[in-house]
Design a protein around this ligand. Sequence first.
Ligand SMILES: Nc1ncnc2c1ncn2[C@@H]1O[C@H](COP(=O)(O)OP(=O)(O)OP(=O)(O)O)[C@@H](O)[C@H]1O
Ligand SMILES: [Zn+2]
Length: 462
Amino acid sequence: MDDEIVSLKTKLLEKERELADLKRKLDQTEKGNSRLTELHESVTDLPPLKSLTTLSNEDIMRFSRQLLLPELGVPGQVSLSNKSVLVVGCGGLGCPLAQYLAAAGIGRLGLLDYDVVELSNLHRQVLHTELTLGQPKALSAAGAISRLNSAIQCVPYHLQLSRENAIQLIQHVLMYDIVADCSDNVPTRYLVNDACVLTGKPLVSASALRMEGQLTVYNYRGGPCYRCLYPSPPPPDTVTNCSDGGVLGVVPGIMGCLQALEVLKIASGQGSSFEKQLLMFDGQEGRFRSIQLRAKQAGCAVCGETPTVTQLQDYERFCGSAATDKCRRLNLLTKEQRVSVQEYKEIVDTSTPHVLLDVRPKVEVDICRLKTSINIPLASLEEKKSEQITLLKDKICELKQHGSITSQVPVFVVCKLGNDSQKAVQVLEKMSGKEIEPVTLKDIGGGLMAWANKIDPSFPQY
Ligand SMILES: Nc1ncnc2c1ncn2[C@@H]1O[C@H](COP(=O)(O)OP(=O)(O)OP(=O)(O)O)[C@@H](O)[C@H]1O
Ligand SMILES: [Zn+2]
């Protein structure tokens, strides 16, 4: 009976989570759509980008150092001031990109982001500050940009780019000339690509993770689009983002600056160096490499000769993952194999003998850990590293020797968010009764961040 109640409660919790996710999505779309309408009503008041042909004395003074470049000169600078750029994502790439475009005198900047500024953003998202924590990133970035150059038109969009609003945003009302993809998830990359192909805009795209970065210009002067190179999305669980893999702030800084350089070259009429090339930066080695990309594909679903994608799609379904990097939640186990953090707290409070296995990489364990845990990173478990497995064997042995457990030892597995720990339970299930003694395995749902949120507010979040 008790089991049935626990299982029903777990089911209810899962459904409540799903419902909360759906509500969040609905809320975002509704807010996004109404904001877009409001915004477009307000931006119709913006003066059209002037078809300037000369520079004012103030412009000459402000831009004097770049005006001296024969590659730019007065015609290039005038061209910049007549161009508009939509920046998708005001994070690690979008901040430096927007900063340099504004400083260089681009005519109009659209700054789009659905998220708000968090403390963990400040090491790399250099337009945001301690004073703008909690503010929408689009507004925080717009404030910083306007302080840098009040002459440019800066349009903040605090909303999620979606299939419903992308074409309208890029093509109608304000008409952006160039789009820069500074987002951090695969569905948004396909969405921005398709929207650029359907509206005929060049797309300057970059990414950064850990110590590495990449940059390409898509859909420009006969070059390939993103889909020409990646016709189908990668499996969702092979994609790592900054909050999982980490990133050194200066790496997106470098990539965002390179993106700005290509945007400025396109906007000033010099063309780009990367419409058929992929630039790769390795910050550890301090090395840049550039490789030739495969050409535009006649059979490409969106830019090919007989396209099948003629309007925007459901990209989350296409990619099998959310268009944000916030809520990737795997569901690999049965409810019997999982406990909530509250249930685990009871195990601790009642001093029930058990092993707590933390499967995060060592760098993360060095940041914070639960005192009683032992650490075997998921990768070591998967590789069955004997040294590490011995740690677990010894711990199981210890519990048995103390005589506190006569049946199978319960092993609770934890990680940061409750995804890797599920994979670890699957690996350990196969080892139980073979490489290790038979054990009862339970995953701690939501991981240490759920522990910090729901049980112990003094536990660090990262
Ligand atoms: N579809 C989208 N519409 C609007 N903004 C988006 C969309 N997809 C991603 N973004 C934004 O792009 C930015 C990507 O930047 P970055 O990865 O540096 O930031 P982050 O998501 O805050 O980082 P972290 O992973 O550390 O939390 C984020 O601010 C995110 O909100
Ligand atoms: Zn294509």
